[in-house]
Design a protein around this ligand. Structure first.
Ligand SMILES: Nc1ncnc2c1ncn2[C@@H]1O[C@H](COP(=O)(O)OP(=O)(O)O)[C@@H](O)[C@H]1O
Ligand SMILES: [Mg+2]
Length: 397
């Protein structure tokens, strides 16, 4: 039955969707990274960036599910501005050790690191936290290195991989970020030399620790400005809008999940209206779903749902625009009025009647800090948020 109750769409943030659309390139790469680490081969960290609502957290959640099913030790931590990410990682590591019944095997040094960094004591009896712990004299980076090394060694002994997923990385202060990345690099630089039991040859294995960090697009520039080489040393995945074929496949599956079907026209209308932006897919999809109760969703219902979703999309655009200054806003409005093929910084500057040199920091902020524009690699500017150009163009007088 098609009803509000059976609606398969789940607008929101940070949730695992009932149907996971696209992202096969990214998931395949992440999976192969972990598989290779399991084989003992070094793999660089992965850095997933994308605008808010583009699906970074969902990708991490989906990947986490798959890796848990494959028996890997997964620790996921989201950073907040209060700097609690290290304590959260420690907590996650302690939980993983406890769940896999190996807490008792953790080296004494690593155990004391947990106590010092996060006030956590972990034993075969359980995990407990002492809020007023002593922070030791060693730096956080060195402490983390020891803890991660000990945990990754245990993972290796138990024939699995330690997978670290760090979300909202743009919130981590630069000092902590430096310490964290130092620790990761140190652990990934460790090799274990052992004789292969089958061939008798010497093997040189990396420790099985996989790292995925996710954050807003501005993260890359922020790292560079802080002098961190992490950005260059990791393999980037920039999440963009979902492709049309991926959307159409997903809509078929969403329909099946909720017990109804989008006809071809309805699917096209929904795909157009959301522009491949995952957050909008759910907002639009949900309204279209609830626009009727038949087993087949047709064009008429799709158009009705899209109309009903429009104020929510407008609200969302308005919120994003409220974050930026007046000059940035007129930059965007001007860019939106220029056809996409001709939309370069030079053309925008000319239309604004200003020399390009005066607009460098405005454009830089729109690209790096706010992630509202990006360069398509051939010098053209693209709106990162699908439909924002249309929204601005429709609104301007
Ligand atoms: N690949 C996907 N398939 C289906 N829905 C998705 C996908 N990626 C994200 N979503 C949905 O879009 C919304 C925003 O995704 P989220 O992961 O929170 O974005 P981000 O972390 O980049 O801000 C969530 O409701 C999520 O369920
Ligand atoms: Mg997120």
């Amino acid at each position: 039955m098609r009803s509000a109750r059976s609606d398969p769409f789940t607008p929101g943030f940070g949730n695992l969707p009932r149907i996971f659309a696209g992202r096969s390139t990214e998931l395949n790469d992440l999976t192969s990274m972990v598989d290779r680490l399991w084989d003992g081969v070094y793999e660089q960290p992965r850095m997933v960036t994308g605008d808010r609502g583009m699906g970074k957290t969902s990708l991490l959640l989906q990947f986490e599910q798959e890796q848990l099913e494959a028996g890997r030790w997964v620790v996921r931590a989201a950073a907040t501005r209060d700097g609690a990410v290290v304590a959260r990682l420690c907590r996650g590591l302690a939980d993983v050790l406890w769940e896999h019944d190996v807490a008792g095997q953790l080296a004494e040094t690593a155990r004391s690191v947990l106590a010092r960094l996060a006030g956590i004591s972990v034993s075969s009896l359980g995990v407990s936290i002492d809020r007023e712990h002593d922070t030791g004299a060693m730096s956080v980076g060195d402490e983390l290195r020891d803890l991660l090394t000990a945990t990754a060694r245990l993972a290796r002994e138990h024939d699995t991989v330690l997978v670290l997923l760090i979300d909202e990385t743009q919130n981590i202060d630069l000092d902590t970020l430096g310490q964290l990345f130092y620790a990761i690099q140190e652990v990934q630089g460790i090799t274990i030399v052992e004789r292969d039991e089958d061939s008798g040859a010497m093997r040189r294995d990396s420790l099985p620790m996989a790292v995925v960090v996710a954050g807003l697009p501005g993260l890359v520039g922020r790292l560079k400005r802080a002098g961190s080489t992490f950005g260059e040393r990791s393999r980037p995945h920039r999440l963009l809008a979902l492709e049309r074929p991926e959307l159409l496949v997903a809509l078929r599956e969403f329909g099946r999940d909720g017990g109804a079907a989008f006809d071809a026209d309805a699917a096209d209308i929904v795909a157009d209206a959301c522009g491949g932006y995952p957050y909008f897919l759910h907002v639009v999809g949900s309204h279209v779903w609830r626009a009727g109760d038949g087993e087949v969703i047709d064009a008429e219902e799709a158009l009705l749902g899209v109309r009903q979703a429009a104020p929510y999309l407008a609200d969302f655009y308005d919120q994003r625009l409220a974050e930026i200054g007046q000059l940035q806003r007129s930059y965007l409005a001007t860019a939106a009025a220029i056809p996409p093929e001709q939309r370069t910084s030079a053309v925008v500057a000319e239309a604004l009647g200003r020399p390009s040199s005066q607009l460098g920091s405005t454009l830089g902020a729109l690209i790096d800090t706010h992630g509202l524009l990006r360069s398509d690699g051939t010098g053209r500017l693209v709106f990162a948020l699908p439909g924002l150009d249309r929204f601005l163009a429709d609104r301007s007088p």
